[in-house]
Design a protein around this ligand. Structure first.
Ligand code: GLT
Ligand code: MN
Ligand code: MN
Length: 404
């Protein structure tokens, strides 16, 4: 036990499908035994996790009878109770069954779309019964290879119809539940609709019940697109839409690797933890122009959507789980030290121009006139070195543990 040993209050969660991943890939058979959900609960609790998340089919195998479902759920609840774990998030598997081969909510076939809604309503009921407060939508098969098969605008409209329907269902049932939409650019489809968190954020703004819908960005998915994950998360937080997060590791431009958090690109991982935890004291103060719903820090569950290398046995899986959580805590400690460093603070201190600043704050015709006439010297402004080299080196030194 040390300061980085994971504890319940750290709010770390794993999916049944993550630590339960038996190591099957497109080229090879499973390398580990399938574990019972109740065993996963027990092991996660021993590792110091706070919760476990699931797809409907992870817990209740597809095609189970009502009586089988009830027995499985009863045993699972007993395990949660016995080991003090919660289920903060649930989701629907709308990708594994052959019926979803060409999408679920965006399918051209109204029968498939109806089945997707039916399956999701039942899965929402299950999630709520287990105590979930967030419901994730990852459109695993919502995309195309033969793109002429549907107008992409029809796919977007169908997805909107489904979200509006399901939001209304949640309200009608008086469930205390929000939705979190997860983007991915490709895999398993050639091109997926809503490929990035930014696409999702705009889509949400077009929904009937937009207030109850946010995003669930995943490190791997944004990185696959070659984009900054930290910026995607920041934009989500800036408008109050970071409802959940999928932490893992990924090399740029590859298939969805879902590696252990912090095992790739430690600097991005550091900046991400710094952002989520709001260790930068400036994060607490909403800057001028901020969105009214801005989140200063993220207080939801910290979910690891990742799995152990295929080289690992059962022991390796739990080492992977503990490693994910420890790395998060280590990065949190490093981020606090970085943000408390007086040299860092001095370098990033915001400069204000007493004369010009008030003119930029708000448009009035007087401000516009004064601004147009103001003597601003772009050459002088450009001459100043910003010392970001020094700042970045300080970050690296904090990250490597030689400072603070
Ligand atoms: C699947 C996917 C993940 C999603 C899960 C939720 S399922 O493992 O790769 O990114 O978050 O549906
Ligand atoms: Mn992934
Ligand atoms: Mn994910």
């Amino acid at each position: 036990m040390d300061a980085f040993t994971p504890r319940r209050e750290d709010r770390f969660t794993f999916g049944l499908w993550t630590v339960g991943n038996p190591g099957r890939d497109p080229f090879g058979e499973p390398v580990r035994a399938v574990q019972k959900p109740t065993r996963i609960v027990e092991k996660l609790a021993q590792c110091g996790a706070y919760g476990v998340n699931l797809h409907d089919d992870d817990l209740v195998p597809f095609g189970s009878s009502a009586a089988q479902r009830d027995a499985i759920v009863r045993d699972f609840k007993a395990a949660l109770e016995a080991h003090g774990l919660v289920v903060p998030m649930a989701t629907t598997n709308l990708f594994s069954q052959p019926v979803f081969k060409d999408g679920a909510f965006t399918s051209n076939d109204p029968g498939v779309r109806a089945f997707a809604l039916q399956k999701t309503m039942k899965a929402i009921d299950l999630g709520v019964e287990l105590g979930a407060k967030a419901y994730v939508f990852w459109g695993g098969r919502e995309g195309t290879e033969a793109d002429a098969c549907r107008d992409p605008r029809a796919a977007i409209a169908r997805m909107r119809e489904a979200m509006d329907f399901l939001c209304a269902y949640v309200k009608d049932q008086r469930y205390d539940l929000v939705f979190a939409l997860e983007a991915k650019p490709n895999e398993p489809r050639g091109d997926m609709y809503f490929p990035t968190t930014g696409h999702m954020l705009h889509f949400i703004s077009t929904l009937q019940h937009a207030a109850m819908v946010g995003v669930n960005p995943e490190v791997a998915h944004e990185t696959m697109s070659g984009l900054s994950f930290v910026h995607a998360v920041a934009q989500s937080m800036e408008c109050g839409k970071l409802f959940h997060i999928d932490l893992n590791g990924q090399k740029i431009g590859r298939y969805d690797q879902d590696l252990r958090f912090g095992s790739e690109d430690l600097k991005q991982a550091f900046l991400l933890v710094r952002l989520l935890e709001g260790t930068d004291p400036d994060a607490a103060k909403a800057p001028r122009g901020a969105h009214p719903a801005r989140q200063a820090r993220y207080t939801g569950p910290l979910h690891f959507d990742s799995h152990a290398y295929r080289t690992e046995d059962d022991e390796g899986v739990w080492a992977f789980a503990v490693g994910s959580m420890r790395t998060y805590k280590l990065l949190h400690a490093r981020a606090k030290a970085f943000d408390a460093d007086p040299e860092v603070r001095a370098l990033i201190a915001e400069r204000r121009d007493a004369a010009l600043d008030p003119l930029c704050a708000r448009y009035t015709s007087e401000n516009a006139r004064a601004l147009r006439a103001a003597p601003i010297d772009p050459v002088a402004l450009a001459q100043r070195g910003l010392a970001w080299e020094r700042l970045d080196q300080l970050l690296v030194e904090h990250l490597l543990g030689v400072r603070g």
